[in-house]
Design a protein around this ligand. Structure first.
Ligand code: NAD
Length: 339
Protein backbone atom coordinates (compact mmCIF):
# COMPACT_ATOMS: atom_id res chain seq x y z
CA UNK A 1 0.00 0.00 0.00
CA UNK A 2 1.24 3.50 -0.84
CA UNK A 3 2.07 5.56 2.24
CA UNK A 4 -0.06 8.60 2.88
CA UNK A 5 0.93 11.87 1.24
CA UNK A 6 0.11 15.11 3.04
CA UNK A 7 -1.57 17.61 0.75
CA UNK A 8 -3.44 20.88 1.19
CA UNK A 9 -7.01 21.00 -0.09
CA UNK A 10 -8.59 24.37 -0.86
CA UNK A 11 -12.26 23.91 -1.85
CA UNK A 12 -12.46 27.54 -3.02
CA UNK A 13 -15.49 29.63 -3.99
CA UNK A 14 -18.64 29.33 -6.08
CA UNK A 15 -18.82 25.81 -7.52
CA UNK A 16 -15.55 24.97 -5.69
CA UNK A 17 -17.08 23.15 -2.69
CA UNK A 18 -19.42 21.08 -4.94
CA UNK A 19 -16.70 19.90 -7.31
CA UNK A 20 -14.36 19.32 -4.36
CA UNK A 21 -16.90 17.01 -2.76
CA UNK A 22 -17.21 15.04 -5.98
CA UNK A 23 -13.46 14.90 -6.61
CA UNK A 24 -12.51 13.83 -3.07
CA UNK A 25 -15.20 11.13 -3.18
CA UNK A 26 -13.67 9.76 -6.42
CA UNK A 27 -10.11 9.95 -5.06
CA UNK A 28 -11.16 8.15 -1.86
CA UNK A 29 -13.00 5.56 -3.92
CA UNK A 30 -9.88 4.77 -5.96
CA UNK A 31 -7.65 4.67 -2.87
CA UNK A 32 -5.56 7.75 -3.72
CA UNK A 33 -3.09 8.28 -0.85
CA UNK A 34 -3.67 11.98 -0.16
CA UNK A 35 -4.17 13.03 3.47
CA UNK A 36 -5.94 16.34 3.15
CA UNK A 37 -5.33 19.42 5.23
CA UNK A 38 -8.41 21.49 4.32
CA UNK A 39 -7.76 25.24 4.15
CA UNK A 40 -9.63 28.28 2.86
CA UNK A 41 -8.83 31.00 0.35
CA UNK A 42 -10.74 33.49 -1.77
CA UNK A 43 -14.12 34.67 -0.51
CA UNK A 44 -14.14 31.61 1.75
CA UNK A 45 -10.83 32.88 3.19
CA UNK A 46 -12.38 36.28 3.86
CA UNK A 47 -15.32 34.60 5.62
CA UNK A 48 -13.02 32.38 7.69
CA UNK A 49 -10.14 34.73 8.53
CA UNK A 50 -10.92 38.18 7.10
CA UNK A 51 -8.34 37.90 4.28
CA UNK A 52 -8.47 36.15 0.88
CA UNK A 53 -5.22 34.28 1.47
CA UNK A 54 -5.04 33.40 5.19
CA UNK A 55 -1.64 32.74 6.77
CA UNK A 56 -2.84 29.24 7.81
CA UNK A 57 -3.34 28.37 4.14
CA UNK A 58 0.14 29.61 3.19
CA UNK A 59 1.66 27.70 6.16
CA UNK A 60 -0.16 24.52 5.15
CA UNK A 61 1.15 24.65 1.55
CA UNK A 62 4.63 25.45 2.83
CA UNK A 63 4.44 22.29 4.95
CA UNK A 64 2.86 19.90 2.42
CA UNK A 65 4.43 21.46 -0.74
CA UNK A 66 1.41 20.04 -2.55
CA UNK A 67 -2.06 21.50 -3.01
CA UNK A 68 -5.29 20.86 -4.87
CA UNK A 69 -6.97 24.22 -5.23
CA UNK A 70 -10.57 24.93 -6.20
CA UNK A 71 -11.41 28.07 -8.18
CA UNK A 72 -11.16 31.32 -6.26
CA UNK A 73 -13.26 34.42 -6.78
CA UNK A 74 -11.15 37.54 -6.83
CA UNK A 75 -13.18 40.18 -4.93
CA UNK A 76 -13.79 43.22 -7.11
CA UNK A 77 -12.52 46.48 -5.55
CA UNK A 78 -11.23 46.80 -2.00
CA UNK A 79 -7.63 46.69 -3.26
CA UNK A 80 -7.43 42.87 -3.37
CA UNK A 81 -4.99 41.44 -5.87
CA UNK A 82 -5.61 38.05 -7.47
CA UNK A 83 -5.02 35.26 -4.96
CA UNK A 84 -3.82 33.02 -7.75
CA UNK A 85 -1.13 35.58 -8.57
CA UNK A 86 -0.20 35.84 -4.88
CA UNK A 87 0.17 32.07 -4.64
CA UNK A 88 2.39 31.97 -7.72
CA UNK A 89 4.67 34.65 -6.28
CA UNK A 90 4.63 33.22 -2.72
CA UNK A 91 5.74 29.74 -3.83
CA UNK A 92 7.70 30.75 -6.94
CA UNK A 93 5.38 28.65 -9.12
CA UNK A 94 7.27 29.46 -12.31
CA UNK A 95 5.62 26.93 -14.64
CA UNK A 96 1.95 26.80 -15.50
CA UNK A 97 1.45 23.49 -17.27
CA UNK A 98 -1.76 22.86 -19.18
CA UNK A 99 -2.28 19.62 -21.08
CA UNK A 100 -5.03 19.56 -23.70
CA UNK A 101 -6.26 16.34 -25.27
CA UNK A 102 -9.30 15.47 -27.35
CA UNK A 103 -11.86 13.74 -25.14
CA UNK A 104 -15.24 14.48 -26.60
CA UNK A 105 -15.82 12.53 -29.79
CA UNK A 106 -18.23 15.06 -31.25
CA UNK A 107 -15.74 17.91 -31.10
CA UNK A 108 -14.24 19.59 -34.13
CA UNK A 109 -10.87 17.86 -33.81
CA UNK A 110 -10.03 14.26 -33.08
CA UNK A 111 -6.29 14.28 -32.50
CA UNK A 112 -5.45 17.20 -30.24
CA UNK A 113 -2.79 16.27 -27.70
CA UNK A 114 -0.65 19.21 -26.65
CA UNK A 115 0.88 20.53 -23.45
CA UNK A 116 1.47 24.24 -22.94
CA UNK A 117 4.24 25.44 -20.61
CA UNK A 118 3.44 29.02 -19.71
CA UNK A 119 5.95 31.15 -17.80
CA UNK A 120 4.03 32.10 -14.69
CA UNK A 121 5.90 34.88 -12.87
CA UNK A 122 6.99 37.54 -15.38
CA UNK A 123 6.06 39.11 -18.73
CA UNK A 124 3.07 41.40 -18.93
CA UNK A 125 1.61 39.93 -15.75
CA UNK A 126 3.98 42.26 -13.90
CA UNK A 127 1.45 44.88 -15.07
CA UNK A 128 3.33 47.93 -13.92
CA UNK A 129 0.75 50.42 -15.17
CA UNK A 130 0.20 54.14 -15.04
CA UNK A 131 -1.23 57.27 -16.64
CA UNK A 132 0.51 59.88 -18.77
CA UNK A 133 -0.59 63.22 -20.09
CA UNK A 134 -1.98 63.28 -23.63
CA UNK A 135 -3.52 66.25 -25.48
CA UNK A 136 -3.97 68.14 -22.21
CA UNK A 137 -5.63 65.20 -20.46
CA UNK A 138 -3.40 64.09 -17.56
CA UNK A 139 -4.87 60.59 -17.90
CA UNK A 140 -5.12 60.64 -21.70
CA UNK A 141 -2.52 57.92 -22.15
CA UNK A 142 -1.88 54.72 -20.26
CA UNK A 143 1.07 52.40 -20.25
CA UNK A 144 1.73 48.92 -19.01
CA UNK A 145 5.14 47.33 -18.77
CA UNK A 146 6.39 43.84 -18.13
CA UNK A 147 9.77 42.23 -17.95
CA UNK A 148 11.39 38.91 -18.69
CA UNK A 149 14.63 37.61 -17.25
CA UNK A 150 17.16 35.31 -18.86
CA UNK A 151 16.97 33.02 -15.83
CA UNK A 152 13.19 32.49 -16.06
CA UNK A 153 13.29 32.12 -19.85
CA UNK A 154 15.86 29.34 -19.43
CA UNK A 155 14.08 27.73 -16.46
CA UNK A 156 10.66 27.46 -18.18
CA UNK A 157 12.24 26.26 -21.44
CA UNK A 158 14.26 23.63 -19.61
CA UNK A 159 11.09 22.49 -17.79
CA UNK A 160 9.31 22.07 -21.14
CA UNK A 161 12.17 20.07 -22.67
CA UNK A 162 12.63 17.93 -19.56
CA UNK A 163 8.90 17.18 -19.67
CA UNK A 164 9.21 16.26 -23.36
CA UNK A 165 12.08 13.87 -22.61
CA UNK A 166 10.34 12.30 -19.59
CA UNK A 167 7.04 11.82 -21.42
CA UNK A 168 8.29 10.71 -24.83
CA UNK A 169 7.09 13.90 -26.51
CA UNK A 170 8.55 14.57 -29.95
CA UNK A 171 8.69 18.32 -30.35
CA UNK A 172 8.79 21.62 -28.43
CA UNK A 173 7.58 24.82 -30.09
CA UNK A 174 8.93 28.09 -28.68
CA UNK A 175 6.29 30.81 -29.12
CA UNK A 176 7.21 34.52 -29.14
CA UNK A 177 6.64 37.94 -30.71
CA UNK A 178 10.29 38.85 -31.19
CA UNK A 179 9.60 40.60 -34.49
CA UNK A 180 7.88 43.45 -32.60
CA UNK A 181 8.91 43.12 -28.94
CA UNK A 182 12.55 42.84 -29.84
CA UNK A 183 13.87 42.99 -26.29
CA UNK A 184 11.05 41.52 -24.18
CA UNK A 185 10.21 38.64 -26.49
CA UNK A 186 13.53 38.65 -28.35
CA UNK A 187 15.50 37.75 -25.25
CA UNK A 188 13.04 34.99 -24.36
CA UNK A 189 13.48 33.53 -27.85
CA UNK A 190 17.27 33.76 -27.74
CA UNK A 191 17.54 32.08 -24.34
CA UNK A 192 14.96 29.44 -25.22
CA UNK A 193 16.80 28.60 -28.46
CA UNK A 194 20.02 28.31 -26.52
CA UNK A 195 18.47 25.82 -24.07
CA UNK A 196 16.83 23.93 -26.96
CA UNK A 197 20.24 23.24 -28.51
CA UNK A 198 21.15 21.17 -25.44
CA UNK A 199 18.37 18.74 -26.41
CA UNK A 200 19.35 18.43 -30.06
CA UNK A 201 19.02 14.82 -31.22
CA UNK A 202 16.62 14.02 -28.38
CA UNK A 203 13.71 16.43 -28.88
CA UNK A 204 12.86 18.32 -32.08
CA UNK A 205 12.07 21.99 -31.72
CA UNK A 206 10.94 24.97 -33.72
CA UNK A 207 9.91 28.53 -32.99
CA UNK A 208 6.79 30.37 -34.05
CA UNK A 209 5.42 33.89 -33.86
CA UNK A 210 2.39 33.93 -31.56
CA UNK A 211 -0.17 35.24 -34.08
CA UNK A 212 0.78 32.67 -36.72
CA UNK A 213 0.86 30.04 -33.99
CA UNK A 214 -2.73 30.86 -32.99
CA UNK A 215 -3.87 30.34 -36.57
CA UNK A 216 -1.90 27.12 -36.98
CA UNK A 217 -3.29 25.77 -33.70
CA UNK A 218 -6.80 26.15 -35.11
CA UNK A 219 -5.97 24.87 -38.60
CA UNK A 220 -3.57 22.03 -37.74
CA UNK A 221 -3.82 21.35 -33.99
CA UNK A 222 -2.28 17.92 -34.34
CA UNK A 223 0.97 19.54 -35.48
CA UNK A 224 1.58 20.71 -31.90
CA UNK A 225 3.11 18.68 -29.13
CA UNK A 226 4.72 20.79 -26.36
CA UNK A 227 4.56 24.60 -26.48
CA UNK A 228 6.67 26.89 -24.31
CA UNK A 229 5.92 30.58 -24.12
CA UNK A 230 5.72 33.70 -21.99
CA UNK A 231 2.99 34.49 -19.47
CA UNK A 232 0.35 36.40 -21.47
CA UNK A 233 0.74 34.41 -24.70
CA UNK A 234 0.52 31.20 -22.65
CA UNK A 235 -2.65 32.41 -20.96
CA UNK A 236 -4.34 33.11 -24.28
CA UNK A 237 -3.07 30.07 -26.19
CA UNK A 238 -4.00 27.64 -23.43
CA UNK A 239 -7.61 28.85 -23.43
CA UNK A 240 -7.56 28.59 -27.24
CA UNK A 241 -6.30 25.02 -26.85
CA UNK A 242 -9.07 24.24 -24.35
CA UNK A 243 -11.57 25.56 -26.89
CA UNK A 244 -10.26 23.13 -29.53
CA UNK A 245 -11.35 20.18 -27.40
CA UNK A 246 -14.70 21.44 -26.18
CA UNK A 247 -14.05 24.13 -23.59
CA UNK A 248 -12.91 24.66 -20.04
CA UNK A 249 -15.03 21.89 -18.52
CA UNK A 250 -12.26 19.36 -19.05
CA UNK A 251 -9.11 21.50 -18.80
CA UNK A 252 -6.77 21.06 -15.82
CA UNK A 253 -3.68 23.05 -14.91
CA UNK A 254 -0.60 22.57 -12.76
CA UNK A 255 1.48 25.32 -11.21
CA UNK A 256 4.92 23.93 -10.57
CA UNK A 257 7.59 25.69 -8.56
CA UNK A 258 10.74 25.30 -6.58
CA UNK A 259 8.91 25.26 -3.26
CA UNK A 260 5.51 23.74 -4.04
CA UNK A 261 3.13 22.48 -6.71
CA UNK A 262 -0.51 23.54 -6.91
CA UNK A 263 -3.07 21.75 -9.08
CA UNK A 264 -6.37 23.15 -10.27
CA UNK A 265 -9.01 23.37 -12.96
CA UNK A 266 -8.46 26.09 -15.53
CA UNK A 267 -12.03 27.38 -15.13
CA UNK A 268 -13.16 29.87 -12.50
CA UNK A 269 -15.72 29.74 -9.70
CA UNK A 270 -18.74 29.91 -12.07
CA UNK A 271 -20.97 31.97 -9.76
CA UNK A 272 -23.81 31.68 -12.30
CA UNK A 273 -24.28 27.97 -11.54
CA UNK A 274 -22.90 27.76 -7.98
CA UNK A 275 -24.94 25.72 -5.52
CA UNK A 276 -27.04 24.10 -8.27
CA UNK A 277 -25.14 20.80 -8.71
CA UNK A 278 -24.73 21.67 -12.40
CA UNK A 279 -20.94 22.01 -12.28
CA UNK A 280 -18.82 19.52 -14.16
CA UNK A 281 -16.11 18.24 -11.78
CA UNK A 282 -13.95 16.69 -14.56
CA UNK A 283 -11.47 19.55 -15.03
CA UNK A 284 -10.78 19.66 -11.30
CA UNK A 285 -10.56 15.86 -11.27
CA UNK A 286 -8.05 15.94 -14.13
CA UNK A 287 -6.11 18.46 -12.00
CA UNK A 288 -6.03 15.81 -9.26
CA UNK A 289 -4.81 13.40 -11.96
CA UNK A 290 -1.86 15.71 -12.69
CA UNK A 291 -1.18 15.71 -8.95
CA UNK A 292 -1.06 11.90 -8.95
CA UNK A 293 1.45 12.04 -11.82
CA UNK A 294 3.47 14.66 -9.93
CA UNK A 295 3.90 12.32 -6.95
CA UNK A 296 4.87 9.47 -9.27
CA UNK A 297 1.57 7.57 -9.25
CA UNK A 298 1.30 7.45 -13.04
CA UNK A 299 -0.65 4.20 -13.04
CA UNK A 300 -3.38 5.72 -10.86
CA UNK A 301 -3.35 8.89 -12.97
CA UNK A 302 -3.87 6.83 -16.15
CA UNK A 303 -6.67 4.83 -14.54
CA UNK A 304 -8.41 8.05 -13.50
CA UNK A 305 -7.99 9.67 -16.92
CA UNK A 306 -9.41 6.61 -18.65
CA UNK A 307 -12.46 6.54 -16.36
CA UNK A 308 -13.13 10.22 -17.10
CA UNK A 309 -12.68 9.82 -20.86
CA UNK A 310 -14.90 6.73 -21.00
CA UNK A 311 -17.62 8.42 -18.94
CA UNK A 312 -17.59 11.60 -21.05
CA UNK A 313 -17.55 9.69 -24.34
CA UNK A 314 -20.42 7.45 -23.20
CA UNK A 315 -22.27 10.58 -22.00
CA UNK A 316 -23.04 8.53 -18.91
CA UNK A 317 -24.85 10.68 -16.31
CA UNK A 318 -22.88 13.75 -17.51
CA UNK A 319 -23.55 17.39 -16.61
CA UNK A 320 -25.39 19.83 -18.94
CA UNK A 321 -22.15 21.40 -20.31
CA UNK A 322 -21.25 17.94 -21.66
CA UNK A 323 -24.65 17.51 -23.24
CA UNK A 324 -26.27 15.49 -20.47
CA UNK A 325 -29.00 15.91 -17.91
CA UNK A 326 -26.97 14.65 -14.95
CA UNK A 327 -25.42 16.61 -12.11
CA UNK A 328 -22.12 16.99 -10.27
CA UNK A 329 -22.59 13.87 -8.15
CA UNK A 330 -24.15 11.70 -10.88
CA UNK A 331 -21.14 12.10 -13.19
CA UNK A 332 -18.89 11.43 -10.18
CA UNK A 333 -20.79 8.17 -9.58
CA UNK A 334 -20.46 7.22 -13.26
CA UNK A 335 -16.69 7.76 -13.03
CA UNK A 336 -16.48 5.75 -9.77
CA UNK A 337 -18.38 2.88 -11.41
CA UNK A 338 -15.59 2.69 -14.01
CA UNK A 339 -12.70 2.81 -11.54
P1 NAD B 1 -15.67 30.88 -15.09
O1 NAD B 1 -14.67 29.92 -15.65
O2 NAD B 1 -15.96 30.79 -13.65
O3 NAD B 1 -17.05 30.71 -15.89
C1 NAD B 1 -17.18 30.89 -17.30
C2 NAD B 1 -18.40 30.10 -17.81
O4 NAD B 1 -18.08 28.69 -17.80
C3 NAD B 1 -19.64 30.26 -16.95
O5 NAD B 1 -20.78 30.26 -17.77
C4 NAD B 1 -19.64 29.01 -16.07
O6 NAD B 1 -20.92 28.60 -15.64
C5 NAD B 1 -18.99 27.98 -16.98
N1 NAD B 1 -18.24 26.99 -16.20
C6 NAD B 1 -17.05 27.17 -15.58
N2 NAD B 1 -16.67 26.07 -14.94
C7 NAD B 1 -17.62 25.14 -15.17
C8 NAD B 1 -17.79 23.77 -14.76
N3 NAD B 1 -16.88 23.14 -14.01
N4 NAD B 1 -18.89 23.12 -15.16
C9 NAD B 1 -19.82 23.73 -15.94
N5 NAD B 1 -19.71 25.02 -16.35
C10 NAD B 1 -18.62 25.71 -15.97
O7 NAD B 1 -15.14 32.35 -15.47
P2 NAD B 1 -15.65 33.77 -14.97
O8 NAD B 1 -17.15 33.77 -14.87
O9 NAD B 1 -14.97 34.74 -15.86
O10 NAD B 1 -15.05 33.95 -13.52
C11 NAD B 1 -15.76 33.77 -12.30
C12 NAD B 1 -14.81 34.01 -11.14
O11 NAD B 1 -13.77 33.02 -11.15
C13 NAD B 1 -14.09 35.37 -11.16
O12 NAD B 1 -14.05 35.90 -9.84
C14 NAD B 1 -12.69 35.04 -11.62
O13 NAD B 1 -11.73 35.95 -11.12
C15 NAD B 1 -12.51 33.66 -11.04
N6 NAD B 1 -11.51 32.81 -11.74
C16 NAD B 1 -10.73 32.01 -10.97
C17 NAD B 1 -9.83 31.14 -11.56
C18 NAD B 1 -9.01 30.26 -10.66
O14 NAD B 1 -9.14 30.31 -9.46
N7 NAD B 1 -8.14 29.42 -11.20
C19 NAD B 1 -9.74 31.07 -12.94
C20 NAD B 1 -10.58 31.88 -13.73
C21 NAD B 1 -11.46 32.75 -13.11
Amino acid sequence: MTTQIDATLIPGDGIGPEITEAVTAILDHMGAPFKWDVQQAGMAGIDASGVPLPQETIDSIRRTKLALKGPLTTPVGGGFTSINLQLRQEFELFANVRPTKTIKTDGRYDNVDMVIFRENLEGYYIADEGYMEHNGDPQGKVYSTGYNTKDEARRITRAAFEYAVANGRKKVSIVHKANILKLLSGMFLEEARDVAKEYEGRVEWDDRIVDACAMQMVMYPDAFDVIVTTNLFGDILSDLAAGLVGGLGLAPGANIGKDAAIFEAVHGSAPDIAGQQKANPCAFLMGAGLMLEHVGLNGDADRLKKAVIDTVQAKDRVTPDLGGTGNTMSIAEAIMDRL
